[in-house]
Design a protein. Structure first.
Lengths: 284, 408
């Protein structure tokens, strides 16, 4: 009886997690920057959707606009701040943390500290036998799969992807081969930000819009990237699916407060035994 | 020569850096978060100083902003009608920024530097617990806490003017049983307010012949509730008595709605839900949600309407005056205190506290109220309301004032 909701729940939550981690994974694996402002990029995506709906336009317009708006913010931040820190990843981390605080408190001021709901393009649920399945969550699962595949193709099958990977592997050689690494980094960062914006836009009907909406995802997203292994895009996706699935599955069996800790314990144990990441053997 | 120049440049830039850094740290130390609001007009006497310490920024700012707004409105009204004891009332506002460590420093400034005559504020229980010692014991100052809370705060000179578990449960839970059913589920955020409130709610549920099917605690920032929703749906629960908090509560209510809980006859209940909280979820997802508070706009009494009107004219509707944000508690607290100062003809703590023991308001927002002597809590009218298409409808009013049943 409860098998279908269980499977659906694990899938739906993993999908949201993968969506959030995609952008973080791109930036972390392709640029070696841990972007602490990622949660706030998600927030900005959600905020864009809210602004668009406030103008009386349909929600899906906002969801399409969100990645572009956040990409622009990402691009500006990369050019103004992040690019100065490529040589010092730890300082970059602190820098992005400062950006995160500024963005979060800025949005909080604009929202007057309040919560706002956004109605999904698809409301309510459909029934599978006795069980009700949320339409919007189903849509999110499908969109996530599409975005995942598109990202994978972009990074492995296109010229841009090649340039990005070349700039990561050996920046000096990439520059010598005529790739403008600065531009590639800027584009990669903007692309990562766009993915966060999309995640925020798709998530906001499930969670309420508020300044802190990105915060609960941040630490677990880093855990996902760590699990997947730094420098591997596919790895972060597998890591995200793992963290999302355990976070959703464990509360079915044990107390949610304990489950929250257990997710970290399991992940840390895995990192201990497979420090190269979940996909290390497969990649070799 | 070149080296010499370079050296000079370096030392200059270092000095410049130091200058700027000290300027910045000075700004951080002095500026931001402290506001002196002087009474209008010319006064011969020294002002009475009221310290307001509340969360104007940070996650609890949705509550702090209307709190400071109400305080300013009440104090301006007092000054416009001649002040207290012929003296103007000066409001000193401190932003506690939803940060307990910072708040202690800010409150210490209020009591030691500004030497305020009374402190109002704090919204979360953790905030109250962080600042109360600095105000009441070390600062020897009167403290009034305005938010609905879990009870058990029995500290002399600390008056709680928001509703307690007894006030929110005694009439509400029997109503839920009549208009929902006898099987309750208590999903909760894992901190002091839900734990203590649930203990009381369980007592009332069982005393009335009901049954608690489940009581479950989630991390405060939890946002995935499918497992719980499934348990609720499969165990025939009639009433979900919710104490999970924003932002997670939005995801929880949505999942309950999508599982068809209300459609299948279940009753959703949440005692912090006020008009402001209606924005957290789309209206159709919380159709039929019941709440019990000391005031709703839907009470629609002339006194409350007048205050609402005045408030909206001054501050707009972005941060409305509602009960769940402690704004009604702040209104009640300030007016009870002002009455006590008049009665005591003094602002000294001991004398005002003695007068507060007998303080009452014949009229107020949500009706009159009175302090229960020797308990530091307030008797007040309570209202049960149900969400209907994005608004509340009052479905039950308490018979007279409800006892807080604290510290007896």
């Amino acid at each position: 009886m409860s098998v279908i909701p269980f499977i659906f729940d694990v899938l739906a939550y993993s999908a949201i997690f993968v969506l959030v981690v995609l952008g973080l994974g791109v930036i972390a694996s392709m640029m070696g920057i841990f972007n602490f402002a990622h949660g706030e990029f998600v927030l900005l995506g959600a905020y864009t959707v809210y602004l668009v709906t406030e103008q009386g336009l349909p929600v899906w317009v906002g969801m399409i606009a969100a990645p572009f708006a956040v990409a622009l913010v990402g691009l500006i931040l990369e050019r103004a701040v992040i690019r100065r820190f490529y040589a010092a990843p730890i300082i970059a981390m602190l820098g992005t943390y400062a950006i995160a605080l500024a963005l979060r408190e800025g949005v909080r001021m604009l929202l007057a500290g309040q919560f706002f709901s956004v109605v999904a393009p698809l409301v309510s649920s459909f029934s599978v036998g006795e069980v009700s399945i949320s339409k919007w969550r189903t849509a999110v699962i499908l969109i996530t799969v599409l975005v995942m595949v598109a990202c994978y193709l972009l990074l492995t099958r296109t010229r841009f992807g090649l340039q990005v990977r070349a700039s990561l592997e050996n920046p000096a050689l990439a520059r010598a081969s005529g790739i403008s690494t600065g531009r590639v980094y800027a584009a990669t960062f903007a692309f990562g930000a766009a993915l966060a914006g999309l995640a925020g836009g798709l998530m906001v009907p499930i969670y309420a819009l508020n300044a802190d909406m990105g915060v609960p995802f941040l630490i677990k997203s880093f855990l996902a990237v760590m699990l997947g292994g730094m420098g591997s895009f596919e790895g972060s996706i597998v890591g995200a699916a793992f963290v999302g699935a355990t976070s959703a599955a464990l509360p079915w069996a044990i107390k949610p407060v304990v489950a929250d800790m257990l997710v970290f314990l399991i992940a840390i144990a895995i990192v201990k035994f497979r420090p190269e990441g979940l996909l290390s053997t497969w990649r070799k | 020569m070149q080296d010499d120049y370079k050296h000079k440049l370096q030392s200059y830039s270092r000095r410049l850096f130091l200058e700027r850094a000290s300027l910045l740290s000075g700004m951080v130390a002095l500026g931001g978060g402290s506001y002196l609001l002087n009474p209008k007009g010319t006064w011969a006497a020294d002002p009475i100083k009221v310290g307001i310490a509340t969360d104007l920024t940070g996650p609890i700012s949705w509550g702090g902003i209307p709190n400071s707004n109400v305080a300013k409105m009440v104090i301006d009204d007092i000054n416009a009608s001649g002040g207290l004891l012929g003296r103007p009332v000066q409001m000193i506002l401190e932003d506690t920024a939803t940060n307990e460590q910072l708040a202690v420093t800010r409150v210490r400034k209020l009591v030691t530097q500004d030497k305020v005559d009374v402190v109002f504020g704090g919204i979360t229980s953790s905030m109250r617990n962080a600042i109360k010692d600095t105000i009441v014991n070390r600062g020897r100052t009167l403290y009034i806490y305005p938010q609905l809370y879990e009870g058990l705060e029995c500290t002399r000179y600390l008056y709680c003017t928001g509703p307690t578990p007894a006030q929110q449960c005694d009439t509400f839970i029997p109503w839920l049983m009549k208009n929902g059913g006898k099987k309750f589920y208590l999903p909760s955020a894992d901190y002091v307010w839900p734990h203590t409130l649930n203990k009381y709610a369980r007592k009332v549920i069982e005393a009335n012949g009901g049954e608690v099917i489940g009581e479950e605690y989630f991390p405060v920032d939890h946002n995935e509730y499918s497992a719980t929703v499934n348990k609720i749906m499969s165990s025939g629960v009639n009433v979900v008595f919710n104490t999970t908090i924003p932002p997670g509560v939005a995801a929880f209510f949505k999942q309950l709605y999508e599982a068809g809980f209300s459609k299948k006859g279940g009753r959703l209940a949440c005692v912090f839900y006020d008009e402001n909280a209606l924005n957290i979820t789309p209206a159709h997802e919380i159709e039929g949600l019941a709440s019990c508070l000391d005031y709703f706009k839907a009470v629609n009494d002339p006194f409350g309407n007048r205050i609402q009107e005045e408030y909206n004219k001054l501050y707009g509707t972005k941060n409305p005056l509602t009960a769940g944000s402690a704004a009604t508690g702040m209104w009640r607290g300030l007016n009870l205190w002002a009455e006590s100062v008049k009665a005591a003809k003094s602002v000294k703590r001991e004398e005002v506290a003695t007068a507060l023991e007998k303080a009452k308001l014949t009229d107020g927002i949500g009706g009159g109220c009175e302090v229960v002597p020797g308990t530091w809590h307030v008797k007040m009218h309570m209202y049960t309301a149900v969400a209907n298409n994005g608004r509340y409808e009052i479905v039950e009013k308490s018979k007279g004032m409800v006892d807080p049943k604290e510290c007896v």
